[in-house]
Write a protein that binds this ligand. Structure first.
Ligand SMILES: *[C@@H]1O[C@H](CO)[C@@H](O)[C@H](O)[C@H]1NC(C)=O
Ligand SMILES: *[C@@H]1O[C@H](CO)[C@@H](O)[C@H](O)[C@H]1NC(C)=O
Length: 322
């Protein structure tokens, strides 16, 4: 958006000094939201506002080792405002995987263009897990809020089209968000893992789009290597138990590779932490306190952690951390 504003300002300077400055996307979206009718909205939009180029997007890009996705939502595509739809196009590299995630405000219909994709969906507690193979030319539905993932099991790049029934569907990556909760809480929820084990696990969660399963990587001759980990939930002092957050230096020395007993069974094929990955540096020093990693306003990873203290019986106080 910043860039967009800059470019439009620049373009304006070149074309006409008299013409009023084009509104920013945020200003335009605000006007569109206040417009009483669709006709009024159409009058606020330039023809170009009704087009979104997924091959040269202004923002909305999420990139990892396994590929990238481009999201067109009310955050970067004013044309959707008032119409209740949005879209993501995925460009999955060989073995690329859109890691398990949910869309809090939209059901998704997901169309595979040219590869049979491996998908899975878990709607809620008590629901059965459903494995889906999305053949080229077919689509599947991911109900609102359901955990789902998709992997390109081929050695060729693949493309998918995801339509949403909300102009601001939101996305919540399960692993990246879960391990950004207070480590003592995560540890307790996992049956008593220690804080250092949690931090060791958390620091390995790769950015989306990530590399998929080992079987595919081996078949396609891809080495997983060290994937970027910038999308982790920003951690701040209040997110860690006392003793860790207040002594970053000590914390960094206590962070160690995940012990084998703490490893989930499914990760047994992961390269030994000592061989491929450098020992995780302290997440507290790696991620400056209070500064979210993702800054693009359309990036799905800039959420703040909000802790609520529910006092008896009806008062809720919010402690908001940037
Ligand atoms: C749609 O499916 C793709 C692959 O088909 C998958 O990576 C992803 O989970 C879905 N897209 C989105 C944005 O959820
Ligand atoms: C699928 O389409 C994308 C976009 O055109 C292309 O990059 C990719 O190579 C295609 N994959 C296959 C298997 O045809």
């Amino acid at each position: 958006m910043f860039k967009l504003a800059f470019i439009s300002t620049f373009a304006l300077g070149c074309t006409s000094a008299v013409k009023a400055q084009a509104p920013s996307v945020a200003q335009l979206v605000a006007s569109l939201r206040q417009a009483p009718t669709e006709v009024d909205r159409m009058n606020l939009l330039q023809d170009s506002d009704l087009l979104f180029n997924f091959l040269a997007p202004p923002s909305g890009v999420t990139t990892g080792s396994g590929g990238h996705t481009v999201a067109a939502t009310s955050g970067n595509f004013p044309g959707v405002v008032g119409n209740g739809v949005s879209m993501t196009i995925g460009f999955l590299g060989p073995c690329g995987m859109n890691t398990p995630h949910t869309h809090p405000r939209a059901t998704e219909i997901n169309f595979s263009l040219n590869t049979t994709l491996r998908g899975g969906v878990l709607v809620e507690n008590g629901a059965r897990f459903i494995d889906v193979e999305i053949a080229p030319g077919s689509a599947t539905v991911f109900p609102q809020g359901a955990i789902h993932f998709e992997m390109n099991p081929s050695c060729e790049p693949a493309m998918f089209v995801a339509g949403f029934n909300n102009e601001d569907p939101g996305v919540q990556q399960v692993g990246q968000r879960y391990f950004g909760l207070p480590p003592d809480i995560v540890g307790a929820a996992l049956g008593g893992l220690g804080v250092t084990e949690i931090l060791g696990l958390e620091s390995k969660i790769p950015d989306n789009v990530a590399y998929g399963v080992d079987e595919c990587l081996q078949r396609c001759g891809i080495t997983r290597g060290n994937q970027p980990t910038a999308q982790l939930q920003p951690v701040d002092a209040g997110n860690s138990p006392s003793g860790i957050s207040s002594v970053p230096a000590a914390a960094s020395s206590t962070v160690r590779p995940v012990s084998s007993s703490a490893k989930p069974a499914s990760s047994s094929a992961r390269p030994a932490p000592s061989s491929s990955a450098p020992a995780p540096s302290s997440i507290l020093s790696r991620r400056p306190i209070g500064i979210p990693i993702a800054t693009s306003d359309s990036a799905p990873f800039g959420a703040r952690a909000v802790e609520t203290n529910v006092a008896a019986p009806e008062v809720t106080s919010f402690k908001i951390r940037a």
